[in-house]
Design a protein around this ligand. Structure first.
Ligand SMILES: C[S@@+](CC[C@H](N)C(=O)[O-])C[C@H]1O[C@@H](n2cnc3c(N)ncnc32)[C@H](O)[C@@H]1O
Length: 236
């Protein structure tokens, strides 16, 4: 398995750069609505009662946007945000303070395709948004299997991420359409590269659904897709 990027860092570790984090958060604040709609869809698809005391894990939580959508929908839920970027967690601690003890960060790394050994669990729900694409295919397969192990029976895993088209013909068609869920500058950068850039591994949806089945999830589907971004899920 590839363990370092071309610049010698472990997958996703470029997010430790504070400037990159501040640029990302500013862009997302300007363009939050399209992703908020996908987060709403995710929460509507969950197989839990509205008052369930869910234990939730957000993998690559960043400043906490997806965990916040889940906690707003399930008032008795508690979430852990797993992340490695101190600057992200600093912003997130301020923005997530309104949830009090219902949200906390767990500083830790999933670059080798496993969740940190000291992570509590299991979880009713594992979610991730725009984070797992840093892992190469073998890393994703390992991570999906480890997430399965950390998911309770009756629980589920939802992943919103960048997933490339099946071939260059389709890639050219995708490029004809602006993607509202991706800031324009990043879209241009991502679409110019096969697979979305040097630090991204964007296997197509069909491959990633196969990883979920391989991990052991019983009910697997792509529940939303627009161009190079998709929401996939596995139910245990
Ligand atoms: C593009 S941001 C997405 C943040 C948030 N989930 C969102 O949708 O806005 C990717 C996040 O994944 C985290 N991340 C990437 N690789 C990681 C790794 N190997 N271990 C832990 N966190 C990682 C980064 O620090 C960053 O906060």
């Amino acid at each position: 398995m590839q363990t370092v990027d071309q610049d010698g860092r472990k997958p996703g570790h470029h997010w430790k750069e504070a400037d990159r984090v501040h640029e990302y958060v500013a862009q997302n604040d300007q363009n939050a609505e399209p992703m908020a709609e996908v987060f709403d869809l995710l929460t509507m698809l969950l197989p839990f009662a509205a008052d369930a005391p869910l234990q939730v894990l957000d993998v690559g939580s960043g400043h906490g946007v997806l965990a916040a959508a889940v906690l707003d929908t399930f008032p008795n839920a508690t979430a852990i945000g797993l992340d490695i970027a101190e600057a992200m967690m600093e912003i997130g601690r301020q923005r997530m303070a309104r949830f009090g003890a219902r949200f906390r960060y767990h500083g830790g790394d999933f670059a080798d395709g496993t969740l940190p050994a000291d992570l509590p669990g299991p979880f009713d729900l594992v979610v991730s948004s725009r984070a797992i694409h840093h892992l190469p295919p073998e890393g994703k397969r390992r991570l999906f299997a480890d997430i399965y192990r950390h998911t309770m029976d009756g629980g589920c895993f939802f992943d919103i991420d960048n997933m490339r088209p099946n071939d260059d013909f389709l890639r050219a068609r995708y490029r004809q359409v602006p993607d509202p869920t991706v800031p324009a500058r990043l879209q241009a950068r991502s679409q110019g590269q096969p697979g979305g850039g040097a630090r991204e591994h964007q296997e197509p949806v069909a491959d990633q659904l196969a990883y979920l089945r391989e991990a052991g999830f019983a009910h697997v589907d792509c529940l939303w897709k627009r161009l190079g971004r998709a929401l996939i899920a596995g139910f245990k």
